[in-house]
Design a protein around this ligand. Structure first.
Ligand code: MTE
Length: 400
């Protein structure tokens, strides 16, 4: 038993770090079959320690502050936030920087645990654009960073990190303080009662159980900002990283925008395909996402290890929501970005003839975004095993 083991958790979730801390992903097929929106039950969880407890009756009294290099420091409760600001609801995909790390660990063990390809989930997040609070606090001259701290008590202090201050005040970046997910109060594992949500960036920047925002001239000096969520140069070994802290102190290696990525959900790994059937084709399906609000512009499949490629069909979550809103299907609660940013994953599919599948040994997928960031053929290994995004492969297993 752990202090948070009383929390109801879905038995379908796959535990990646034993009993504690609670780090889970859904089986990829289950996640994918839920559609664009992930239910809170199957939403991936990345916790560094125990979940801070906030009883339902204390939710509105949750206190948080904005301080540091500001003219008007703010100390408020969640009740104040709800009373004083208009609430907005946006569909946003969160992704752990460790998504797909398992493939890296197979090549060479990293310091991180083995995420499959389901360290990614999407929800409608409700809250307040962070920029509105920052404008009210009025940063002083020389302020450049926005440091965030959570309420979790960890071996190296609370969980904290920072992003550039001008991102927080840029409405195109979509940063928000969220208190609800898919129309319900945040679940404890996802930051109840208040979290930061930074769309298009690695999940590690979206601090849960938010207590404090500090505006500074330098990046966060929180232990988790420095020793987590970094892609060190590939030649830095675990031993070198452990003995030489200068690698970690170099902010250039901190990661923010997600890298372009995709995965095949159908067929699943080890799924046996029946290649004789009444249907002459098999539909290969999966997801893709871009970073920094950049839209995925193409998804390509190869059956011959990259010699030739074919174009998959893409279904964009944003288009679905635009259509739902046009038809007034979402009760007026759903906002969409005024700009063309793409902060959701997309789903893709391609029909392949059974005959061709029968002649191939594997299926690879790669995606490209609007800035032509394309998934590489080769893996970039690094000591923390983050941002893994080479072509995603599923071996074809034929039914006897
Ligand atoms: N915030 C706090 N306070 N503590 C944490 O352990 N984990 C971070 C981020 N925010 C973390 C946190 C990481 S690494 C990720 S990927 C996301 O939360 C995961 O959010 P989720 O568990 O809601 O999916």
């Amino acid at each position: 038993k752990t202090p948070d083991s009383w929390l109801p958790r879905d038995p379908r979730l796959i535990r990646l770090t034993g009993v504690h801390p609670f780090n889970v992903e859904a089986p990829l097929t289950d996640l994918f079959n839920e559609g664009f929106l992930t239910s809170p039950e199957l939403f991936y969880v990345r916790n560094h320690g125990y979940v801070p407890n906030c009883e339902d009756e204390d939710v509105l009294n949750w206190e948080f502050s904005i301080e540091g290099m500001v003219e008007h420091p703010i100390a408020m409760t969640l009740r104040d936030l709800l009373d004083q600001y208009e609430q907005r609801t946006y569909p946003i995909t969160l992704v752990c920087a460790g998504n797909r790390r398992k493939e890296q660990n197979i090549v060479r063990k990293t310091k991180g645990f083995s995420w499959g390809a389901a360290g990614v989930s999407t929800a409608l997040f409700t809250g307040v654009p962070l920029g509105e609070l920052i404008h009210r606090a009025k940063p002083k001259r020389g302020a450049r960073y926005l440091c965030m701290e959570g309420a979790d008590k960890l071996p190296n202090g609370c969980y904290g990190t920072s992003v550039k201050l001008n991102w927080a005040t840029d409405p195109n970046k979509g940063m928000m303080l969220a208190h609800a997910m898919n129309g319900e109060m945040l679940r404890p594992d996802h930051g109840k009662p208040l979290r930061v949500v930074i769309p298009g960036q690695i999940g590690g920047r979206s601090v849960k159980w938010l207590k404090r925002i500090v505006i500074t001239s330098e990046p966060s000096d929180n232990w988790y900002h420095i020793y987590d969520n970094r892609v060190l140069p590939t030649m830095v070994s675990p031993e070198e990283a452990a003995n030489n802290s200068t690698w970690w102190k170099d902010e250039r290696y901190a990661i923010y925008d997600l890298s372009t990525n995709s995965a095949i959900a159908q067929p699943a790994h080890d799924q046996q395909l029946c290649l004789v059937g009444s249907e002459p084709v098999y539909r290969v399906r999966g997801y893709a996402y871009g970073g920094g609000g950049r839209r995925v512009t193409r998804v390509e499949i190869t059956l011959d290890k990259g010699k030739t490629w074919r174009l998959a069909n893409i279904d964009y979550a944003e288009d679905r929501y635009r259509e739902a809103r046009r038809q007034n299907l979402c009760g007026g609660v759903l906002d969409l970005w005024d700009h063309e940013a793409s902060f959701c994953w997309c789903f893709w599919n391609l029909d392949i003839s059974l005959e061709e599948l029968g002649q191939s040994s594997d299926i690879f997928v790669r995606a490209m975004d609007e800035s032509m960031n394309i998934q590489p053929r080769d893996m970039y290994w690094s000591v923390l095993g983050m941002m893994n995004n080479p072509w995603y492969r599923v071996t074809i297993t034929k039914e006897n």
